[in-house]
Design a protein around this ligand. Sequence first.
Ligand code: ST9
Length: 612
Amino acid sequence: MGHYRSNLRDIEFNLFELLERDRLFGTPPFGDLDIDTAKFILREVDRLAREDLAESFEEADRHPPVYDASTRSVTVTPAFAASYKTWLDAEWWRLRVLPELGGTDAPSSLNWALAEFVLGANPALWTYVGVPTAARVIWRHGTDRDKKIAQAAIDNRWGATMVLTEPDAGSDVGAGRTRAVRNDDGTWNIHGVKRFITAGEHDLADNILHLVLARPVGIEGVGGPGTKGLSLFLVPKFHFDPDTGELTGERNGVYATNVEKKMGMNVSTTCEMTLGDDAPARGWLLGEVHNGIAQMFDVIEDARMMVGCKAIATLSSGYLNALDYAKQRVQGADLARMSDKSAPRVTITHHPDVRRSLLTQKAYAEGMRSLLLYTASWQDEIAVRTATGAETALAEAVNDLLLPIVKGYGSERSWVLLGTESLQTFGGSGYLREYPIEQYVRDAKIDAVYEGTTAIQAQDLFFRKIIRDRGRALGHLLGEIRDFASDTDVLGAEKALLSAAVADVEAIVAHMTADVAGSKDNGAQIYRVGLNASRLLYVLGDVVVGWLLLRGAQIAMGALSSGVDPSDASFYEGKVAAARFFAHEVLPLIAAQRAAAVAVDDYVMALDEAAF
Ligand code: ST9
């Protein structure tokens, strides 16, 4: 059996029982889809991921891509190249391609469910097959020429990259210094050095289309300081005819000048890219408009969702691996007979602390899957409303609010739990390369870093998604949670804990909002908001996860009382147990976080650097 343990049953539960996604099928824009087809696709991608895509996971980690400095080229290990080809040949990625580009309009929720299988089985595959997202963004923002480029990228299965970061411009993208100079023929020459570019160079595709942020020079009114002065350019590795997509055979002056040696995700090349050094790096301005940061954020939003999905998928497989191990590992006697040295030895699933650990992993893995798919359900809502000409503002705002939670909270909780609980379940064996967990821990750490660190997600959540939104989306979300919790006929004790947690989160938000207001007179008060921002990200994540788990538990209790197939009974019992566990073990801790948030004071920022 390969390393990857998927959870098709829980994915189907989320899609069709909790979120009732089948209600979308048969109506615009998902008229061609029905539940049997959706379930068939889920089963197929699940099988493909476990049996094929997962196969090169370990081999590719042990044999990272080889960089040849003399040719500035990268060779990817054949085992991974085979998995890459398998995924492309299977064609399921076309469910993410716009219909205008020959793809199929599938709901976002179905696509992110499918993404979980791929990202759990072999996460680096996703980073090499970014072309559906790149093509969608190019098509959405592009001129007729750009739309043809998007089509060529899809038809020829080119690689794609997002090129933002520079040695001195990481979180602060607006500090980027890469320049763009317009040529007489309307193309642009790009000059600069970019860093940490995922899949920047490799031999898996015939061409790579780089989406590059650069600052135009020499044109009045554009190219000013900060992110707003950046424009987005399409810069190919090999030149091609934009009308036909045919390669001209000419190499463009965009080269990998280094490939980083990393802690994990070893098969995913992380490149330093030098543009326009010894040969011109020519590209096109996307849409012929200077609106680069907004255009790039269309890519970033998708990539942030992907990072959260990757983290959650890894935690889920980590948990299921730990569960398999715990069911077989015999060690020690039952705690109730601890003083009886002749007592029979038992599997570790008999030990209270192992059960605590397994339920913690299960509750978070399943609860965060619900968070991911619930967020995707708002993306479905946007698609449906757009298709019917209805207002999308609220759906967009709620989706925006949830994105930093999926990415920031999802990646932090997953990486920490993989290390503290999944690996720990294996005891010393978890530390060995014989089991996949050590690679999971190494591969998952990056999720809390790239596509905007956790601190960036926390600031995005509070300043942009709550304050700038005037609390509309948050109010809507917390209103839904409060409504659910107010019906205490079933799970009354747990819903009371949820209501209390909502009140605590509201109090933290109110306190932070007051600090924002206070900072108008006392500038330093804004630091208190900075000190509380990641706390808010975590507690809001816990409340949403607690709510979704309890919603799932209520459905499971209904199913159990109306009589389910005996083979499914333990699945539903597990849903109820995980939700109760989370409500009793996690939600009460939010009250302590509220107390700490209110107590945040100025001494941390006043402390002299020398005192650290
Ligand atoms: C990276 C690559 O980490 C990792 C690779 C992962 C694998 C990728 C897998 C592929 C997925 C698919 C991709 C396909 C294509 C390529 C494939 C590649 C493999 N929401 O607040 P302001 C906009 S890459 C929406 O003043 P500052 C908005 O337009 C590196 N828009 O910002 C706004 O204008 P307005 C990742 C947003 O203070 C404007 O920005 N790096 C949002 O100037 C200015 O906003 C990062 O993620 C938003 N949430 O700059 C950077 N926020 O206000 C992290 C801003 O008028 N740093 N905009 O609407 C940040 O996010 C900073 O907050 C900052 C601050 C740079 C935005």
